[in-house]
Structure formats: structure tokens, C-alpha cells
Design a protein. Structure first.
Length: 604
């Protein structure tokens, strides 16, 4: 097995916090600049070899198999891009959407709808190939009966706890169940009565007769069916026993004539069982290939944990913009292009690793930089009155919509005597290197004029600065002084009488630790929730054009970041904005500062 150079002693937690170093890992290697053909990842290599050798008649049929027990997250996006991408890369290739719905107690129809919406939004199309494992329940039952007839399966009366005892351990072999040698007739009779609903939940199982001494515990007579009197979202009350995932998955792949069944690494130990069922039933046999699941820093990626956050109301729902779910990312303002690009960039490997969440954010920044129109918005307003600008008058200035996209054109923005600027852009006792506004200093107002602060008005009681009195230089329209005078800082602004008041929500990582599972003794991942992951600003002043912005539309607020109109809480004419991502990776800056101060301390 190949290993990356940076594996930590614990093989399961290889962390490549630095994307540059991560890219140097052989499994993430970029194509050789001299060689224009991109290198294949190991799954593509396997498929290419199968095509060369004529296995599966040169076909590529994959599937994405979600269990409808929660919503999709960014980890699933990796699997979706991989499966649909592999099919699209081959002539005649197809990818099915198959719901693995074998556990009726946790599955719900609304998850099915939401999953379909997410896959479609990511840009993939399963056409008419929408399948459900539950569609195969009759066929699976027939196969189970065949296995009983062939002496390959038996009904077992051990309780769950007894079965665990009999199973043995990784070091010790298991023991045969006392029910292992029931006759075929007795097994057939009991199995059909299990189906009829004669026995209570948990009282009996159907088990494959393989080998209780196998070094692979998955082959120690695994359960094929369990009794479960539960209503199924598709089959209703037809069944009161359900096939186990392992007995369902490979056979579903087989029925659908999947060629390459791609799943995550934890199923590697299940592959011998996957193969055993298909060989024993002597049916069409796809090839299972395992790849490493995606883990991200500051993120939990398990549906169970995400559901817990939803149920405990730590977030507003599955689509809370801080959630790593596809619907959360969508509401946050992520584009499908940026998610697909991220999945392409991280590649596919055989090693579990944790990707720095900034890699995801950077692919979003790259996309939005190209596409998002620029606007001006002031999040924490400070009022400015321009004393030499005539009262009651105004003018329009021309602003560039997107410097990265010349076709985006320009727009007119109103200017007047009263403006808002960002509180942060003013400092009363400013150090020399503060290039923004301070008493007696001059700055450039973006797309407008030079502005000089001449007086500061404070609240009598609190001493807080509440208003700046300024003057402007009418000769500097457009941002340049005819006398060649220079200013170092340019700040954004909004005309006060034209400003549009809105709520803006600032998001940060949902967890405060890179690995949320690293919790203090006796506590779980929730101990690491970031208490400042959401900040709501209620009195933001936005450029007037934003009042009619459509839900879901994305903008760059100049100097602040990328924002989008919330699709849930916005009202017509009253949009609420989500900060999608800051312009720069502020966390990287914090880390760099920490590193620097660490080095300084060492020197001392
Ligand atoms: P979770 O552990 O989050 O509940 P799961 O594996 O149980 O995920 P499924 O609905 O069974 O969720 O997953 C559908 C497909 O997505 C499977 O093929 C699974 O291997 C893949 N998948 C799930 N999580 C990830 C991940 N983090 N990275 C890559 N692929 C994933
Ligand atoms: Mg699963």
C-alpha cells in the first residue's frame, strides 16, 4: 500500500494543514507541468485498466448510493463528483442515483426529495435512473431463500447480545451458533414465518453460513435479515423484516449492472463479504473500489452528529449557513462550480486525511471573484457630514460592476452631503501607518472624491464618536487630484439618504477547534462549538440597488467579503444578507501571527 509522506503515527488522522504541503503528497500530486496529460487518480487508473483488458465490456456504470436518513454534506459531494464524473468521462458512461433505504426507522421521504435537489443543484443528472434498494426487496428475499436451499444461510435465535459473545474478537475466533445446523426445511419454515410477522423484533435473524473462525469478523456468519416491525417510507407495512446493508448493497449494484462500485475506505473490510454474496449467488459481479472519505478542519462530517446539532437546536436547521451540508453551503452562498472545483482539486486517494477548510473557501473566492458584482455596503455605520457639499443636492458617480469581467459594465451610485463609512475606517488617535480616516487626514472615497476629517462629534455621556464633520475636494471627482496630491487609503461609503437598511449575518467556523472531536474528557464534539460562529448586525447601510436583490444572488461588498441574499429569511423588498466568505483568509493571518510570536518566544 502506498503511503503519503506526512502520515501521522495514527494512520487514520493524516493531516495536511498546509495546502501546499498537501499537494506535495503523492496522492494529491498535480500534473507534471511538462506533461500536458493530467495524471490519473488511482480509481481512474483501475477503470482505465479494466477498459484496456475488456472487463465489463469496456463499460463504466457507477452509482451514488445515499441513505435517506439525513441530508447530504460536502463529503457526499466528493462521492457525487467522483461517481458522476467517472461516468461522464467515458463514452456511454452512466451514473445511477440509488437510495439505500434498508433502515425504515431512520429514513424519511423528505430526505429523498432534498437529496435529489442537492445532487441536481451540484450539476449532475441521473436522467431516468432513480432507484431504491427497497425496489429489490422481493428479489433479495428470493435470493435469501435460494441461499437457505443451498445450505448457505440459516435462521438463528441468538439474541443480539449472545451473538456478540459468539462472534469472538479480532484475536480470538468466534463460536458456531447452536442454530447453525438447522435443516433446510426448518430454516425455510422459520424464514417464511419471519416474513409473515409471527415473531417479535429481535427474536430471530437470518444469517449467512460462512466461517465463524474467519480472521475477518465480517465473514463470521453475518446477519442478512433482521425482524423489524416498522413502516417503510416506500414499501409501507409489506415487510416486517428488512435486509441488512451488506446483503443489499452488492446485489443492488449487481441488479443495476454497475461496473465499479465506489465506496469509502471503511468498507474495505466488507469487500470479501460483498464478493462472497455475489459469488455464492452466482450473479453479475461489479468491482468494489474504496477511497478515503473527505474530512475538513473545523467541521463534523457525520449525519448522526449533524442531526444532533439540528435536534439540539445548536443550528437553525440542516440548511443553517454554518452547516457543511450541501443545502447549508448553498444558503451560505456557495456556488456548485466552486464545490466541484474543490472536489477536483483535493483529488481521490486511499489515505484518510483532513483537508484544511481554507482550501474549500479559496475555491469559492476564486469563483466569486470572477462572477460576483461589486457593491458598497457599510456594516457598522459611522455618519459623515460633508460641510462644503451643498445641502439638498446630490449627484451620481460611475462605479465598475466587476473589474474581472468587462462585460459586467458600470452602474451609477448616488453621492450626497451625508454619508456612512465603516466605524473601523476612522481612528481618533491614529498611528502613522493607519492610512484611513483620522482628524486632519485625507482619504479617497471609492469612485468619488478625496475627503478630509475636520471635526469629531461625540456622545456627551459615553464619549463615543457619533459623527464626523468633513470636507471634500470637488476637484478630485473620480479619485484623482489635479495637483498631483496623493492619498494612501481608499475607503468605501454609502450615501445616507439613499442607503438601504438591512440585516447582515456574519458567520465563522461552527467549531472552534480544527478537530471538533478532540473534546475534553467526558464531553463530546459539542463542547467545541464556536460561541461566536454567528454575529447578526441589524443596522447595516447598503447601496440602494441592493433593496431589490433576488434571494440567492451573490455580491462582493467591496473591501468586506462576499455576501448573498438569504433564501429563507428575506422578504420581498427586505433582503437579509449572509456573509459567504471574507475576501482573504483571516484565519491564515491569525495562524501566521501565532507562528511568528511562537518563533520570537523561542529566540528569547
Ligand atoms: P455519514 O457517515 O455522514 O452518515 P454515510 O456514509 O453513512 O455518511 P451515505 O448516505 O451512506 O452516508 O453515503 C452515501 C455515499 O457517500 C456513500 O458511498 C459514502 O461512502 C459516501 N460518503 C459519505 N461520507 C463521505 C465523505 N465524508 N467523503 C466521501 N464520501 C462520503
Ligand atoms: Mg452509510
Amino acid at each position: 500500500m502506498r503511503r503519503g509522506p506526512l502520515l501521522s503515527p495514527d494512520r487514520d488522522s493524516c493531516i495536511f494543514p498546509n495546502p501546499v504541503i498537501r499537494m506535495m503528497c503523492p496522492d494529491h500530486s498535480e500534473p507534471d507541468a511538462a506533461d500536458s496529460t493530467p495524471s490519473l487518480n488511482f480509481v481512474q487508473e483501475i477503470i482505465a485498466e479494466d477498459i484496456r483488458s475488456g472487463r465489463f465490456d469496456g463499460q463504466v456504470h457507477t452509482r451514488f448510493p445515499p441513505e435517506p436518513n439525513g441530508l447530504l454534506h460536502i463529503g457526499h459531494a466528493k462521492s457525487i463528483c467522483l461517481n458522476f464524473g467517472l461516468a461522464a468521462a467515458h463514452a456511454g458512461g452512466t451514473c445511477n442515483l440509488r437510495f439505500d433505504d434498508t433502515n425504515p426507522t431512520k429514513e424519511e421521504t423528505h430526505y429523498v426529495q432534498a437529496i435529489k435537489e442537492d445532487v441536481r443543484w451540484l450539476g449532475f443528472d441521473w436522467e431516468d435512473r432513480e432507484f431504491y434498494a427497497s425496489d429489490y426487496f422481493d428479489q433479495l428475499y428470493d435470493w435469501a431463500v435460494r441461499m437457505i436451499n443451498d445450505g448457505n444461510a440459516y435462521v438463528c435465535d441468538l439474541t443480539g447480545e449472545q451473538m456478540r459473545e459468539y462472534r469472538g474478537t479480532l484475536r480470538e475466533p468466534g463460536r458456531d451458533s447452536p442454530f447453525r445446523n438447522r435443516t433446510v426445511e426448518e430454516n425455510l419454515d422459520l424464514f417464511s414465518r419471519m416474513k409473515k410477522g409471527e415473531f417479535p423484533d429481535g427474536s430471530r435473524t437470518l444469517r449467512a453460513k460462512i466461517d465463524m473462525a474467519s480472521p475477518n469478523v465480517n465473514l463470521r456468519d453475518p446477519v442478512m435479515y433482521r425482524i423489524l416491525h416498522a413502516h417503510h417510507h416506500r414499501t409501507g407495512d409489506t415487510w416486517c423484516m428488512y435486509p441488512m446493508y451488506d446483503f443489499t448493497h452488492g446485489q443492488s449494484d449487481s441488479i443495476e449492472r454497475i461496473t465499479h462500485s465506489i465506496c469509502t475506505l471503511e468498507f474495505e473490510n466488507h469487500r470479501p463479504l460483498y464478493d462472497w454474496y455475489l459469488d455464492t449467488l452466482n450473479i453479475y459481479h461489479p468491482r468494489q473500489i474504496e477511497f478515503a472519505r473527505l474530512n475538513l478542519t473545523y467541521t463534523v462530517m457525520s449525519k448522526r452528529k449533524l442531526l444532533q446539532l439540528v435536534n439540539d437546536q445548536d443550528v437553525s436547521g440542516w440548511d443553517d449557513p454554518r452547516m457543511p451540508t450541501i443545502c447549508g453551503l448553498r444558503r451560505r452562498g456557495y456556488t456548485p462550480e466552486s464545490i466541484r472545483e474543490f472536489c477536483r482539486e483535493i483529488g481521490v486517494s486511499k489515505f484518510n486525511s483532513t483537508i484544511d477548510v481554507t482550501v474549500l473557501e479559496n475555491s469559492l473566492r476564486t469563483d466569486l471573484n470572477r462572477t460576483a458584482p461589486r457593491v458598497m455596503a457599510v456594516l457598522r455605520p459611522l455618519k459623515v457630514v460633508i460641510e462644503n457639499y451643498p445641502e439638498g443636492e446630490g449627484e451620481e458617480l460611475e462605479a465598475i460592476n466587476n473589474p474581472e469581467d468587462p462585460t459586467a459594465g458600470t452602474r451609477k451610485i448616488p453621492f450626497s452631503r451625508e454619508l456612512y463609512i465603516e466605524q473601523d475606517d476612522f481612528m481618533e488617535d491614529a498611528p502613522k501607518k493607519f492610512f484611513r480616516l483620522a482628524p486632519g487626514r485625507e482619504v479617497r472615497l471609492r469612485y468619488a472624491f478625496f475627503l478630509k476629517c475636520v471635526d469629531v462629534i461625540k456622545d456627551d455621556k459615553t464619549g463615543q464618536v457619533v459623527e464626523l464633520r468633513c470636507t471634500y475636494d470637488p476637484e478630485t471627482r473620480g479619485g484623482h487630484a489635479p495637483d498631483g496630491r496623493k492619498v494612501k487609503g481608499t475607503i468605501h461609503w454609502v450615501s445616507a439618504p439613499h442607503a438601504y437598511n438591512a440585516e447582515v449575518r456574519l458567520y465563522d467556523h461552527l467549531f472552534a477547534k480544527p478537530n471538533p472531536d478532540e473534546a475534553p474528557e467526558g464531553q463530546d464534539f459539542k463542547a467545541n462549538l464556536n460561541p461566536s460562529s454567528l454575529e447578526v448586525l441589524g443596522d447595516c447601510k447598503l447601496e440602494s440597488s441592493l433593496a431589490t436583490a433576488a434571494p440567492g444572488s451573490r455580491f462582493q461588498f467591496e473591501r468586506l467579503g462576499y455576501f448573498c441574499v438569504d433564501t429563507v429569511d428575506s422578504k420581498p423588498g427586505n433582503p437579509v444578507f449572509n456573509r459567504t466568505v471574507t475576501l482573504r483568509d483571516t484565519w491564515a493571518k491569525v495562524r501566521k501571527q501565532e507562528e511568528r510570536s511562537g518563533k520570537k518566544k523561542k529566540k528569547k
